[in-house]
Design a protein around this ligand. Structure first.
Ligand code: FAD
Length: 278
């Protein structure tokens, strides 16, 4: 599996500003393109925008679309509405997520965890939807420890998940350790490795802050040396990501999910090499 993740245009922009990006990403023939939904906060409106972008991927550019559904701020009725809208547009692949708490927004109580959403979708529509879920090689930031987080992941998988997509990481050894432990407790479904090619120093500092990924020393040195030179950092970021991917493929990874951040140039450079390796 080789897939991309994109985010919808800001809500004050028309949705078609992303079409050119989707057109070019589709030409690279990923197995699917997933669309984030209100990352950093979720609402029914963010859902509508995400569905429009997923619809364009599926029905305008003829690629498989995966719709992210963060559930923490949604009610059962909101989710049912989204599912029927996705079904109507022939989109049957979902990344079922809890989403992050938004300061000042009281979460709805219908779906406290992603597992509740997965159970709901399976109860409502049996196997109509293919469901992916998120996993965290370096442990979710709120989890007390590795084993507790892994057991929660097992609950999601047992509720009927078809595939996992990992949080971004920069140290492949963290991923291998996690994959090994997951397999040992009976998680047999494919796990796609989340890779984010770094293109901007500020962007990576923000992401690392949010998701808690460790920065290996060789990666820090790259940021220190090239952080103030956008072109050089982009090149170094692509090479670093490619090195990670080559190593992952050599170690039998089930798939690579590229957080391309709507950057076609980066996606193209990485795809060209990956296509020769798979
Ligand atoms: P959960 O699986 O519910 O886990 C969250 C925490 O609760 C973990 O610490 C877990 O150990 C714990 N937990 C789980 N189940 C239980 C239980 N039954 N009892 C007690 N504790 C439990 N966010 C967005 O808002 N929009 C997006 O589009 C988006 N896309 C993402 C894509 C990927 C590939 C990834 C990896 C993350 C994405 N996120 C997105 C971020 C995600 O919403 C956050 O990481 C969120 O904090 C956790 O979501 P989750 O689905 O993993 O939650």
């Amino acid at each position: 599996m080789f897939s991309f993740e994109v985010f919808p245009p800001r809500k004050d922009m028309p949705v078609d500003v992303i079409y050119d990006t989707l057109d070019q990403l589709s030409d690279l023939k990923p197995d699917f393109i997933s669309v984030t939904c209100g990352a950093g906060g979720s609402s029914a409106n963010a859902g509508a925008r995400m569905i429009e972008v997923a619809d364009a991927i599926k029905n305008k550019y003829n690629r498989q679309a995966v719709a992210h559904i963060p559930c923490i701020n949604l009610t059962h009725a909101d989710v049912d509405e989204m599912l029927s809208e996705l079904d109507r547009r022939d989109i049957h692949d979902i990344l079922a997520l809890r989403g992050d708490r938004v300061p000042g927004v009281e979460p709805k109580n219908d779906f406290p965890h992603a597992v509740d959403l997965i159970n709901h979708i399976r109860q409502k529509s049996a196997r109509k939807f293919k469901i992916y879920a998120a996993c965290y090689p370096e442990v979710h930031t709120e989890a007390p420890d590795f084993d507790t987080d892994l057991n929660h992941l097992k609950q999601k998988v047992d509720a009927g998940v078809d595939g996992l997509i990992s949080q971004l990481f920069f140290d492949n050894n963290a991923f291998y350790y996690f994959r090994d432990r997951a397999q040992r407790i009976g998680i047999k479904i494919p796990i796609e490795a989340g890779i984010m090619p770094v293109t901007k120093k500020r962007q990576i500092e923000r992401m690392v802050n949010i998701c808690g990924a460790c920065l290996p020393i060789k990666f820090r040195r790259i940021l220190d040396k090239y952080g103030d030179n956008d072109d050089a950092l982009m090149e170094a970021g692509i090479v670093y990501a490619l090195n990670q991917i080559v190593d992952l493929l050599a170690n039998g990874v089930d798939g690579v999910h590229l957080y391309v951040m709507n950057n076609v140039r980066v996606a193209r450079r990485i795809s060209e090499t990956v296509q020769k390796l798979i």
